[in-house]
Design a protein around this ligand. Structure first.
Ligand SMILES: Cc1cc2nc3c(=O)[nH]c(=O)nc-3n(C[C@H](O)[C@H](O)[C@H](O)COP(=O)(O)OP(=O)(O)OC[C@H]3O[C@@H](n4cnc5c(N)ncnc54)[C@H](O)[C@@H]3O)c2cc1C
Length: 234
């Protein structure tokens, strides 16, 4: 009988939840060499970024505590997958050969088309913008008006975290508050936000962001020392 002793090279692009789990699963196979490529040397728990911003939690974890021993971590960014050559070209100029590639790069903050949003609003979709937002927040007095744009779960969680820290928060929801929740869930969220002093503007849209204000679609202008954009991912 012929014994096949072929080793498989797997390159996993992106060390978020999906990529890290995939890498750890695959390394359980003796015939697979796994390389994980990620731009940062630490795992980012994106679902904790609003807590990181409010200083109620951390959002990074050392890969050493997460990755199995046989997973090789390369801190770099994939710039191109060359399918013909079966190689991943990295931003540093290095190349990784592969037999199989797993593409797990996640998402980014969407680039808002609303005037002023790209220039004056902050976001927390990734670690680096979350760091900028946290630094800006620390410059502001506690009673400075903060506007969170987007009534989805990221907006609700961000508004809630900041309100619990004593911030003056307005949540501009767009069409409605927490549209992905059940009616009961929405009622619960609305009550909780009201109890913690968050001004919730349901069925309201931001049409312009200024350095110190937001303009609503109905023409209303509201002071906003800091505007946080959570209305959509890219
Ligand atoms: C504030 C906030 C709160 C959230 N709360 C929740 C929640 O409560 N529940 C929930 O289910 N979801 C939540 N989400 C969404 C959740 O974080 C994402 O769905 C999840 O992170 C997706 O996992 P992923 O592994 O696909 O991608 P990611 O976690 O985004 O990981 C992708 C990785 O790939 C890396 N990468 C990107 N490009 C390259 C490249 N070219 N080369 C190499 N690496 C690259 C990135 O840097 C990153 O490390 C939240 C998101 C945010 C921002």
């Amino acid at each position: 009988m012929t014994e096949h002793n072929t080793r498989h090279k797997v390159v996993v692009i992106g060390g978020g939840y999906a990529g890290t789990l995939a890498a750890n699963r695959l390394r359980q196979r003796d015939d697979v060499d796994v390389t994980l490529v990620n731009p940062r040397p630490e795992f980012v728990e994106r679902i904790r970024l609003h807590q990181f911003v409010a200083r109620t939690g951390e959002a990074t974890v050392d890969y050493g505590t997460l990755l199995g021993e046989r997973v090789r971590l390369v801190v770099d960014s994939a710039a191109r997958i060359d399918g013909a050559a079966r190689a991943v070209r990295l931003a540093s100029g290095r190349t990784l050969d592969y037999d199989h590639v797993i593409y797990a790069v996640g998402s980014t903050g969407g680039v808002p088309s609303v005037p002023g949003a790209a220039e004056f609003a902050f976001d927390l979709a990734e670690l680096e913008p979350a760091r900028r937002l946290r630094a800006r927040l620390e410059e502001l007095p506690l009673d400075a008006p903060v506007t969170v744009v987007g009534g989805g779960l990221t907006g609700v969680e961000t508004a809630a975290e900041l309100a619990e820290r004593g911030r003056r928060v307005t949540l501009v929801c767009g069409r409605s508050l927490a549209p992905y929740l059940s009616a009961g869930g929405r009622r619960y969220v609305a009550k909780w936000l009201a109890r913690h002093g968050v001004a919730v503007l349901g069925n309201a849209t931001v049409s312009e962001v200024r350095p110190d204000a937001v303009v609503l679609a109905d023409g209303g202008v509201r002071a906003s020392a800091l505007t946080i954009w959570t209305a959509g991912f890219g």
